[in-house]
Design a protein around this ligand. Structure first.
Ligand SMILES: CC(C)(COP(=O)(O)OP(=O)(O)OC[C@H]1O[C@@H](n2cnc3c(N)ncnc32)[C@H](O)[C@@H]1OP(=O)(O)O)[C@@H](O)C(=O)NCCC(=O)NCCS
Length: 170
């Protein structure tokens, strides 16, 4: 169980400084594919603006939630590649100082429930690099099942990486 009071909410204007400060870590960059590093103020500005726009859509292509502690962005859980009433990919990160306290497990559980109940999806899946034991731990905690190793699936810095595929269905 996590011992921190957090809320999940949409991104909003004003999130840029805490987003940029907390996501800009080599330890987060190491296991993620699509997050810029170093993370610049401009990256935060664009990401918040994109999410504010996306959240206004009735049929979103993605839904990203802030893990909020005292009004600050300390992490995020998001659904991307949403196919209406069918499937989406889940992704997440958390500021390093909060690691190991069950926060992401609790947040991923909530967003998975949202995907099934509110968006009506049938399948939520995640790609994880094999060395990322904490992420595998989160997915297993949340009832995701291992489906296989996908060879050379993700490209990072011009190099292909194998990933593990996990999914939960209903
Ligand atoms: C992945 C990440 C979000 C996990 O956040 P977290 O809040 O610390 O995760 P939790 O505390 O909810 O759970 C992690 C689980 O993995 C386990 N774990 C952590 N490190 C581990 C390790 N080295 N070996 C085995 N298990 C490990 C924990 O013990 C815990 O399981 P438990 O509840 O059975 O004890 C965080 O490490 C992160 O931001 N990493 C960088 C970004 C990233 O990897 N994103 C996901 C890309 S797929």
């Amino acid at each position: 169980m996590n011992d921190i009071d957090f809320t999940l909410r949409p991104f909003r204007k004003g999130d840029e400084p805490s987003l940029a400060a907390n996501i800009n870590s080599r330890k987060i960059d190491r296991y993620t594919i699509n997050i810029p590093y170093p993370y610049k103020p401009e990256n935060a500005r664009q990401w918040v603006a994109l999410n504010v726009k996306e959240d206004r859509k009735k049929l979103p292509g993605m839904r990203n939630f802030v893990i909020d502690v005292e009004g600050k962005v300390i992490g995020s859980v998001g659904l991307s590649g949403i196919r209406t009433a069918h499937r989406a990919e889940i992704g997440y990160w958390l500021a390093t100082k909060y690691w190991g306290r069950g926060i992401t497990t609790a947040a991923v559980e909530m967003v998975t429930a949202y995907a099934f109940k509110e968006l009506g999806l049938r399948r939520v899946y995640a790609y994880v690099v094999p060395a990322n034991k904490a992420s595998v731990g989160v997915l297993k905690n949340c009832g995701y099942e291992y489906e296989g190793l996908i060879r050379k699936h993700s490209m990072k810095h011009g190099k292909p990486h194998d990933v593990l595929l996990f999914a939960k269905t209903r």
